[in-house]
Design a protein. Structure first.
Lengths: 418, 418
């Protein structure tokens, strides 16, 4: 099989489809979303069978438990996936939206209009539900999509894509608006990353290895959805009860997600009065505490934190803790070790709060709230294709708007520049 | 000289400076802009001497006339450059601006705040005035800048940067916020393009060779300011007088700029009634007309247009002309040969106008106006770092806002996600 040729043909077909996608009306796109939900529902059995085949092969290859968990299409995930299609249908269509209209002194009307990006390549790991979620968002924003999921999920992804494409055939969405790379060969990824004439944006979703590989090889712009080493800084004037609840929610709600808390920074004065209380709750729940010397002096159950701890995204029941002299030291720590994801201050002092919001330039910065709000749904975007940790184009939770661009639209009655 | 090390050191210093730049107040940045204008004015003689040295060396190397013209710092350019500093000082500071604030149902306030991008690398050709223009815009948007101008302008650029840095020393702007690559070695460009840990964005400004080389080698996101193959489509119902004036303004005002007209498309009906008139004016002014068969049938002075003509940015006194059957064929031509820069329709039909604005996704699309309005100043951006022809991050004329990103800002009073 000539993989570069196969991928090139796929990319050319997606490019051609993207021109038609850009002109679809909202009703046409929503009709596809609704049709896709119906087709998936009626093909449910064959899709679950394909998923079982992937799971069986993965177990044979002794693939580790968390990956198997992500690979499995459970009834709950299925329900969420179908509900997701309905949710995306209900979202406002960004395409064609006029923004920032103004009349220039010469009578020329200048506005910005949202347009699709074109062809978007999504490279992801084992979760088959991403196939449906990502396709829905890309199409609703008027783009064509090329999906390249993990090789271990290939049967599931092909079965899902078959229905998404069949729904397209029954609607005005071109079938090639949803393309799936039909081979588990890793060289297909490199081929895709070199299709700069046909693909406008690459979004990798997965672990640091995938992200790094994609970023280094891509000839196409990449929006990274990188690690989340999230911090909370508890200020000297913080309400202990509030700090305890916010730290607990940020760490315990769900350990494996990128917006979970990884490092607690606390003002020396607050540490003396409140740190034991804040950490006791976590320790009870089985979280291992790794602290600097000052933390260990206050909380005897803490293990020593190494330099590497500050730069680690645990995604599990470990929390690193450091006592700082004030907001400057906290900000310095965040800049040095953070990953530009989410940082929260807990304080009663409004000036300190404002200073934090102004000076910390992570993609989400907060005052007196859980880090777990760094999520497109919770922030009112309606949906989320991922959380960007690089500043270009999109930064932070990224929804439909992040899948579009803006052109300048001029309306005149004969204006000349001369 | 160890070029990669030299460039790496420079990039590290720019990165460190960028953290301070992000926290500068508007007054601090404006004080630097004003101070820089003063320093430049008092160093005027030595800067012109340096420019004369560059010009003498360029003449010795038999460098062609248009490049010499761009290299020369004339009195007019000098005046514009200094006026530019005052203009940028007068622009609103985007940094810290709150946009799209909303209250979520749980009482959490969610807003977006503009922040600087960090470190911006500008790679440009021979115009020394870009050194000052680009530095002013980057610093006003809270960024540090690394400047890499053409080797033939090195003395001029070093002399200019010396004053910009001296003005920084006299203000709160860190000196290393303005870095200049102090060597003509081309390998310095490759070294810069690999500083992905320290440089956030690369903006190349120059010919297609430079753009292609930068895009292909960069490990850092690039915003391309590519060719402008701009089109005007004259519809069947167009006002002949208006079409004639708009075509003339778009082609004749300034031939060497990227927003100049390169291809005229005209509806068959309009061609029969108006094409001779439209082209006569241009022909009188010395513009060579290259047309398809239908054009040549109407306008006898036209030369035959080849396939290559449709894809050529002339930047000079040549215009390609094609007669089309209607708006569909015109749009198809623009999509096939255009460069996503600027396309204008001349029509009396408001539905046809709307169709053009909606379906053509170039960065600037217009109705009944000159293509020459595709310019940051004319569109109300206040200034322009370039015109992006790629959709990611910025599309079309790019001003201060394009040099910033937006973070999410959350203000709560103890909200948990649980």
């Amino acid at each position: 099989m000539d993989i570069p040729k196969l991928v090139h043909d796929l990319a050319c077909r997606a490019r051609a489809a993207s021109e038609r996608c850009a002109e679809l009306t909202t009703a046409q796109k929503n009709a596809w979303l609704k049709g896709a939900a119906k087709r998936l529902e009626s093909a449910r059995e064959s899709i679950f069978e394909a998923n079982q085949q992937d799971l069986a092969e993965a177990r044979e290859k002794k693939i580790e438990a968390p990956l198997l968990e992500r690979l499995e299409l459970t009834k709950d995930k299925w329900k969420d996936m179908l509900a997701g299609l309905a949710d995306v249908a209900a979202l406002d269509d960004p395409v064609g939206r006029i923004e920032e209209s103004q009349l220039r002194p010469n009578g020329l009307e200048v506005a910005r209009m949202r347009i699709p990006l074109g062809v978007i390549g999504i490279i992801y790991e084992s979760r088959p539900n991403v196939t449906v979620d990502a396709a829905a968002l890309c199409i609703k924003a008027g783009n064509a999509v090329i999906l390249r999921g993990g090789s271990e999920a290939l049967h599931s992804n092909l079965a899902l894509a078959l229905e998404l494409r069949a729904a397209a055939q029954e609607s005005d969405v071109p079938e090639d608006a949803i393309c799936i790379v039909p081979t588990p060969e890793r060289s297909a990824i490199d081929a895709l990353l070199h299709e700069s004439g046909n693909v406008d944006l690459i979004i990798p979703r997965g672990g640091p290895g995938l992200i790094q590989r994609v970023t280094e090889s891509s000839r196409i712009p990449v929006i990274k959805h990188d690690a989340g080493i999230c911090h909370i800084y508890v200020d000297e004037n913080a309400d202990t009860e509030m700090a305890t609840r916010i730290v607990a929610d940020s760490k315990l709600r769900q350990m494996s997600v990128c917006n979970g808390l990884e490092t607690l920074l606390i003002h020396r004065a607050a540490a003396e009065s409140s740190l034991s209380k804040i950490l006791a709750k976590l320790h009870e729940e089985g979280v291992e505490i790794r602290g600097d010397a000052a933390t260990r002096g206050i909380f005897a159950d803490a293990q020593p934190a190494s330099e590497a701890d500050w730069a680690t995204e645990y995604l599990g029941p470990i929390l690193s803790v450091r006592v700082v002299e004030g907001i400057d030291e906290a900000i310095e720590h965040v800049r040095r070790y953070g990953s530009d994801h989410t940082e929260v201050i807990v304080t009663r002092n409004p000036e300190r709060a404002q200073e934090w919001l102004r000076r910390v330039n992570s993609s989400t910065v907060g005052v007196n709230c859980s880090t777990a709000f760094a999520d497109g749904y919770r922030l009112g975007l309606g949906a989320e294709i991922g959380i960007s940790t690089s500043k270009l184009h999109a930064y932070g939770p990224m929804g439909l708007e992040g899948l579009t661009a803006r052109k300048f639209v001029l309306r005149g009655d004969g204006q000349l520049r001369e």
